[in-house]
Design a protein around this ligand. Structure first.
Ligand code: FMN
Length: 188
């Protein structure tokens, strides 16, 4: 069993689509399931940090595909080594954007804002340890392979924002109709 950890920067190609993160994770989920790869993909502040676990061959193949993927650049491998057990056994790929709890968590706060290229040698391990603990707790609560983005602050998830606005307009419409109905009832 091996683990591959790397960081990279999103490119303008990656940023050009509001659903890049969703697109990546949708394809990756299926592919990783088939290749017996598990892991997480973290996005924030224009950076990706990914930790994937699986056979040496499966990870080498994935690394080669990642190296030619134009949605990110400056891929820097932090670790490609043998491990005894998986950190993220329950997730074919857990995709996360910077979430609210990350700024509240006292340990994680030290690593924010998310600038992984500036981290000291072992800080990525601390980051993964914290994420592992957090998602293990989530897993116990029964959330596995949940939809990728839960809370986002960034443009990559613009589609989410559009979705929220749609909900807002729906509520406005319902309220408007209720007011109109009340006025009608008062007039009659
Ligand atoms: C940041 C990032 C993370 C990715 N993670 C995975 C992954 O975990 N598994 C995977 O199969 N593809 C992943 N991809 C997509 C691959 O780079 C590649 O596009 C995909 O595997 C399909 O490759 P193919 O078109 O050569 O078959 C990722 C891409 C990016 C930009």
């Amino acid at each position: 069993m091996y683990q591959l950890v790397y960081i990279s920067r999103i490119t303008s190609t990656g940023l050009s689509s509001p659903s890049t993160l969703n697109d990546i994770s949708e394809g990756a989920l299926e592919r990783n399931r088939a290749d017996d790869i598990t892991g997480i993909l973290c996005y924030g502040n224009g950076y990706f940090l990914q930790c994937v676990e699986g056979s040496e061959q499966a990870l080498t193949n994935l690394k080669n595909r990642l190296l030619v993927d134009e949605r990110h650049k400056e891929l820097k491998i932090l670790d490609f080594s043998e491990i005894t057990e998986r950190r993220f056994a329950s997730w074919s790929l857990r995709s996360i954007t910077l979430e609210r709890w990350m700024n509240k968590d006292s340990e994680l706060k030290k690593l924010m804002p998310f600038k992984p290229y500036a981290w000291e040698a072992n800080e990525w391990q601390q980051f993964l340890d914290i994420l592992q603990n957090y998602y293990e707790a989530q897993n116990k609560a029964g959330h596995t392979d949940t939809p990728p983005v839960e809370y986002s602050t960034l443009g990559v998830t613009l589609s989410k924002v559009v979705g929220q606005h749609q909900a807002f307009f729906l509520i406005q419409t319902v309220l408007g109709l209720m007011i109109a109905a009340t006025l009608l009832w008062l007039m009659l």
